[in-house]
Design a protein around this ligand. Structure first.
Ligand code: SAM
Length: 237
């Protein structure tokens, strides 16, 4: 699938959601008192709307293979935070390994789906509405943090807040894994990120040290091969 086609699919998903709002299927489009993110301002809809009419384009119903690999190598340890966890496939997989996982998201509908999946699969994991740019409000510390598809949705001002917010809840020596669309190769995803942008965001003066950035893939519902992505391992210093 080309970049243009995937963008169209995203837009069409958004338009379908807007239509269901107009027909009254969705009654409440509030942002629950928080500022809309840059993505929500561009879309003209809260993130929650993406989850109302069937699976969102990124919601493949499975953990991302790019996350399964480090998980299988023991990358996730201690208390794990899933930032922008959506309907929780990655968080649930990590929890199924016996780790304590908290998934946070601004989309209550996604979290409610995640909770139902956890109950249906007999997996112990917690899901909570929280703004990833204000994680200090959780008053918690995690050993490992996973961001699958959130970082690349933020503009540069939000990235600064997000990076500081992540630092506030990641214990020193802890690891953050970021899977985001990359700008390398054909058919890039809708928010391609360069290695330089990752390095600029997670600089030492912000409390982070990049351990590795590897080319990988991020699957979508339209492309099982996945779009080009970076898997970054970033240490809290
Ligand atoms: C592209 S989706 C990825 C979802 C999930 N990680 C996955 O891989 O299926 C981005 C997710 O981040 C959430 N999100 C966006 N901005 C957020 C914020 N400021 N705080 C918490 N979650 C946010 C959205 O609601 C959405 O579920």
């Amino acid at each position: 699938m080309t970049d243009a086609t995937m963008r169209l699919a995203y837009i069409s998903h958004r338009e379908e959601t807007k239509m269901s709002q107009q027909t009254g299927v969705r009654a409440d489009d509030s942002y629950s008192g928080r500022q809309p993110t840059s993505h929500e301002r561009r879309a003209g809809l809260p993130w929650d709307a993406s989850y109302l009419d069937g699976p969102a384009p990124w919601d493949t119903g499975q953990p991302q293979p790019a996350i399964l690999r480090p998980a299988g190598e023991g990358a996730f340890a201690g208390a794990v935070l899933g930032a922008g966890c959506g309907t929780g496939e990655n968080a649930l997989y990590i929890a199924s390994l016996g780790l304590h996982v908290l998934g946070v998201d601004v989309a209550e509908t996604a979290l409610s789906i995640a909770r139902k999946k956890a109950a249906g699969r007999g997996i112990d994991a917690d899901f909570l509405v929280a703004d990833a740019c204000h994680l200090d409000r959780l008053d918690r510390v995690f050993e490992t943090v996973l961001d699958c598809g959130l970082f690349h949705t933020f503009d540069s001002a939000e990235r600064r807040d997000y990076v500081a917010s992540l630092a506030s809840v990641t214990g020193r020596g802890g690891d953050l894994y970021v899977l985001c669309f990359s700008d390398v190769g054909p058919d890039t995803g809708p928010h391609p990120i360069s290695q330089e942008e990752l390095r600029a965001a997670f600089k030492r003066s912000s409390g982070w040290s990049i351990a590795s950035i590897s080319p990988d893939r991020c699957q979508t519902r339209f492309d099982a091969q996945g779009a080009p992505a970076w898997l970054a391992k970033i240490e809290r210093i």
